[in-house]
Design a binder for this molecule. Structure first.
Ligand code: NDP
Length: 316
């Protein structure tokens, strides 16, 4: 049987990167890949999800679609983040079972780990305490994917697993200043500051630390997971711990990539979120010890150039 891979959330930051990686992948030439957008059906709606599975009959699924947003959007809409993501995940996972999908890779996030924890975080700690209150709704919905993966294994012996990426950045991101993640938000703010001759303002102190992964690196690792990783236990897909950077460093890298000559300042009246959430990629490194990640400055330059070139039409 030909492998038919359905990618939910195929038009977002992560999905577009998988599409780009697949275009250049020899091994994908004999496979059929389908990239879904919300226009193909609202995954919150069970009937729409059934229709999608009926139409495509996938053998493999990479499930990326989610209601996603930055810190401030998550803080404002906790119920919406919980309910939409719970319904999407339940519909997709159950349809995978009903329609005989052989392998499902779903997507979690390092921001769903316990707030009070030891560092570095690893895959065994996912349920060891409450998540940070800022994204409680999103985190609890996502954690249930891991619970269900184990349940599907125990009850139906299915090969369903999950990846846990750190913060992603790259082309096709959501550059909304109010609702987006920190890198696309800062890129957009830097563009405006350069255009209007104002300061580039970081929301918060600039001191929180994060690991960022370039979307195409993550895409390659996700395809690798689909083909090679056969455990129900989640796997963290992250750059090394040493690659953790402060938000201030990120803002300065963006300013450099955009040739912004003005001042970079911090608005400390805004929330910082978790100070850090350092994740260990030891499990990933046990499979791919020599894997090379795109250097941060290089990935930022590509993201900034893409935003400038697509300013009129991109999400913002
Ligand atoms: P985007 O917002 O860029 O893309 C979201 C995708 O999901 C889009 O294709 C969107 O379709 C689709 N989608 C959203 N809601 C629905 C719905 N109700 N029905 C059908 N499709 C829907 O998000 P990312 O690419 O950043 O995120 C992808 C995954 O990665 C998510 O599961 C997220 O939790 C996870 N993740 C993201 C991180 C990040 O830093 N961005 C970090 C860690 C994990 P459309 O384009 O039509 O709107």
């Amino acid at each position: 049987m030909t492998k038919k891979v359905l990618v939910t959330g195929g038009t977002g930051l992560y999905g577009k990167a998988i599409e780009a990686v697949i275009k250049e992948d020899e091994a994908a030439k004999d496979e059929e890949w389908v990239f879904l957008s919300s226009k193909d059906g609202d995954l919150v709606d069970r009937k729409a999800v059934e229709a999608i599975f009926e139409k495509h009959k996938p053998t493999h699924v990479i499930h990326l679609a989610a209601k996603v947003g930055g810190l401030f959007h998550n803080m404002r809409k906790k119920v919406d983040f919980y309910r939409d993501n719970t319904l999407i995940n339940d519909n997709v996972m159950e349809c995978c079972r009903i329609y005989g999908v052989k392998k499902l890779v779903s997507c979690l996030s390092t921001c769903i780990f316990p707030d009070k924890t030891s560092y570095p975080i690893d895959e065994t700690m996912l349920h060891n305490g409450a998540p940070h209150t800022s994204n409680l709704g999103y985190s609890c919905a996502k954690r249930m994917v891991d619970v269900l993966n184990h349940c599907y294994k125990d009850q139906y012996d299915l090969n369903y697993t999950s990846v846990i990426p750190t913060n992603i950045y790259g082309e096709f991101d959501n550059y909304s200043i109010d609702d987006g993640h920190v890198i696309p938000g800062l890129i957009h703010k830097c563009y405006i500051a350069k255009r209007d001759g104002t300061d580039l303002t970081i929301w918060g102190s600039g001191s929180p630390l994060r690991q960022f992964i370039y979307s195409k690196d993550l895409a390659w690792l996700t395809v690798w997971t689909l083909r090679n990783y056969d455990s129900v236990e989640p796997i963290i897909l992250s750059v090394d711990e040493e690659a953790e950077v402060s938000i201030k460093f990120v803002a300065e890298a963006i300013a450099k990539a955009m040739d912004f000559q003005g001042k970079v300042v911090c608005d400390t009246s805004k929330a910082d979120g978790q100070h850090k959430k350092t994740a260990s990629n030891k499990k990933l490194r046990s499979f791919l010890p020599d894997h090379k990640f795109t250097p941060f400055e290089e990935g930022i330059k590509k993201s900034v150039d893409w935003f400038v070139a697509n300013y009129e039409t991109c999400r913002k």
